[in-house]
Design a protein around this ligand. Structure first.
Ligand code: ADP
Length: 600
């Protein structure tokens, strides 16, 4: 009995010894783990340290550390020899042990494949044959689950209670370390982002040259927030790459060549054009090989984009005054980083600020142009008003001198006519100026009444007989009786302006005036054979202060056609020109006849 007792005692003594040894070694490892975790800074570092320790501690074959990205996804923070790679996300609803642990906060110890099959029948086929046992540890901090750790083993094994307790202690340490690192990183990232946005805003406010500012802006984003950053602006019905940034200038050149050969696909249901069309950003946290293949245009393109090692993409729209004006693309590639929703928020904020700056720059440019046009106009208007005024004063002064001398010139009538013409011209110019303020302040009131347009046109032509003769223009007038409801003096003003222009710009050649009616419209065409108007000027001449000719050559404010258009449009009609340089011009006015009882 004794020997056996002895041997029993010996066994339990050595058992106790082994247990004590194991406990000691565990304690040592736990301390080592704690020490290792104390030094880590980033969540990825923490996760990697956890895995390195964990694999060794439990003799595991593969392992992964996952954190809750949001309410419905886990993100792999670190992975050793598993098919989940770092940065990839797993839906929380999927049936893996790690997602179950993260959902329930429980540790799972699956000692062999039977246990796995019993508890996870849906995913057993996804696990490699080499996985014979598996542990999923929930990472919990103060009752809050922040993620999970998965370890796999190449042979079946048991997990006695003390080992489970040890695993629990390790998991608690890891959870604390990862949580602390995640918080620290969040703070760091928030400070970084705030700093970046601050710098970006400073930059955006520093200049009104928006293109140059955007170029600098995307350089600011690289490499802290992207390996690649590019801005495309809408130009016509396509986009033009404004700038692209990468730390390596050779790569920038290479990318420019790639874009030239393979411009962004306008019809693609995703990507730049869709973002611009919809105004909604897109984020692709992890670009898979299949996604790359799907986006490639041909085999060569696929080869080239594979060489970029694209990992993660964000595309944000640039929207100014509610209208898309372009898009910004950010790419993580060789650095191996991935984007998450906080990055998306950052870049939405950035694109918002950039678009505002672009909008401001555009408004400023327009304003400057408008001020320039107005200043040019004022300078020209001074000269313009002085010409008839000088003629008027000259006649009056010379007549005064003669009268003082007691003589009256024989051509007194002619001189008074000249003075009167100059006065009339002055009056017309001042009326034009007054019309501008009347129209822009919305005070142009039409007083429609029945008008015989053919008679009105004839009267205007008669008034211009002398002027036509001195311009060397024979006027051919062809009319049919046309009666409608219009503001007579205003329509007179339109016709007079067009006839005056035809004589001014069509000097020395015949002028044709045709009045017809077409359906419910009167159609008036005034055709000259003078200097004509270049196509690019044809829209502009109906704008305020716009002239297609130099001031000195032909007098005028550049207001007549703008006023004419306002009157015609207020009467419900249209005014248009067809012309070519040196080939004369034809102005066509179409006016609705209106009904006697209507408002014309
Ligand atoms: P203004 O004649 O006082 O300059 P308008 O508004 O009447 O102003 O015309 C605007 C511009 O359109 C003119 O400066 C001239 O360049 C161009 N234009 C107008 N009518 C004609 C025409 N019949 N032939 C050629 N150019 C014309």
């Amino acid at each position: 009995m004794l020997p056996s007792q002895n041997s029993g005692l010996t066994i339990s003594a050595s058992d106790a010894e082994r247990r004590a040894e194991r406990a000691e070694s565990r304690l040592a490892r736990l301390q080592a783990t704690t020490a290792a975790l104390a030094e880590v800074m980033t969540p990825a570092e923490a996760a990697t340290a956890v895995l390195e320790q964990g694999l060794g501690l439990f003799d595991a074959q593969t392992g992964g550390v996952y954190v809750l990205e949001n309410d419905h996804e886990l993100r792999a923070l670190a992975a050793l020899r598993t098919h989940f790679s770092q940065g990839s996300t797993i839906p929380l609803s999927s049936g893996f042990p790690v997602t179950r642990s993260a959902r329930t906060g429980e540790h799972l110890f699956l000692e062999d494949r039977e246990a796995l099959l019993a508890q996870f029948p849906d995913i057993i086929s996804l696990l490699p044959e080499t996985v014979k046992a598996l542990v999923a540890l929930a990472l919990t901090v103060k009752g809050r689950v922040i993620g999970s750790i998965g370890l796999t083993f190449s042979s079946p094994r048991t997990f006695p209670p003390e080992e489970r307790r040890f695993a629990d202690a390790i998991a608690a340490q890891c959870a604390l370390a990862i949580d602390r690192a995640v918080l620290m990183e969040r703070e760091r990232a928030a400070a970084d982002r705030a700093g970046f946005l601050g710098k970006a805003s400073e930059l955006l406010a520093s200049s009104l040259d928006s293109e140059r500012v955007l170029e600098e802006l995307i350089r600011l984003a690289v490499p802290r927030f992207a390996d690649w950053c590019a801005v495309e602006m809408i130009e016509g019905d396509a986009t033009k790459q404004l700038a692209v940034a990468h730390v390596d200038p050779n790569k920038v050149k290479w990318a420019a060549a790639l874009r030239e050969k393979y411009p962004p696909d306008r019809l693609a249901p995703r990507g730049l054009y869709e973002v611009i069309r919809s105004g909604k950003p897109e984020i692709y946290p992890v670009i898979s090989a299949e996604m790359l293949e799907a986006s490639a245009i041909d085999a060569e393109h696929l080869q080239l984009i594979r060489e970029l090692h694209i990992r993660s993409i964000i595309v944000v729209p640039l929207i100014a005054s509610g209208k898309p004006i372009g898009g910004m693309t950010l790419v993580w590639a060789e650095s191996g980083n991935v984007y998450d929703n906080s990055d998306l928020e950052l870049f939405m904020e950035l694109s918002h600020r950039a678009a505002l700056a672009i909008e401001n720059a555009r408004l400023y440019r327009d304003l400057r142009q408008a001020v320039q046009v107005r200043d040019d106009f004022l300078a020209a208007a001074g000269h313009e008003l002085k010409t008839p005024l000088a003629a008027l004063l000259m006649q009056i002064n010379s007549l005064q001198r003669l009268i003082r001398r007691g003589t009256l010139p024989s051509n007194l009538g002619d001189r008074l006519d000249k003075a009167s013409n100059a006065g009339t011209r002055l009056e017309r110019l001042i009326d034009e100026l007054l019309d501008v303020s009347r129209i822009t302040s919305g005070r142009l009131r039409l007083e429609p009444q029945p008008v015989h347009l053919d008679e009105l046109v004839r009267e205007v032509v008669e008034r211009f007989v002398d002027q036509a003769a001195s311009a060397g223009c024979a006027i051919a007038l062809r009319t049919v009786p046309v009666r409608g409801i219009w503001d007579r003096p205003r329509i007179d003003q339109v016709v007079s302006n067009l006839v005056a222009n035809a004589l001014k710009y069509g000097r020395g050649a015949p002028v044709e005036i045709d009045l017809t009616s077409r359906g419910p419209h009167a159609v008036l065409q005034i055709t000259d054979h003078g200097i004509g108007i270049a196509v690019e000027e044809q829209v502009k001449i109906f704008e305020r202060f716009e002239r297609a000719v130099a001031n000195r050559e032909f007098g005028g404010f550049g207001l007549g056609l703008w006023i004419a258009r306002q009157i015609v449009e207020a009467s419900g009609g249209t005014i248009a020109v067809t012309s070519a340089p040196g080939r004369g011009a034809r102005f066509t006015v179409e006016l609705p006849l209106g009904s006697e009882d209507g408002d014309g």
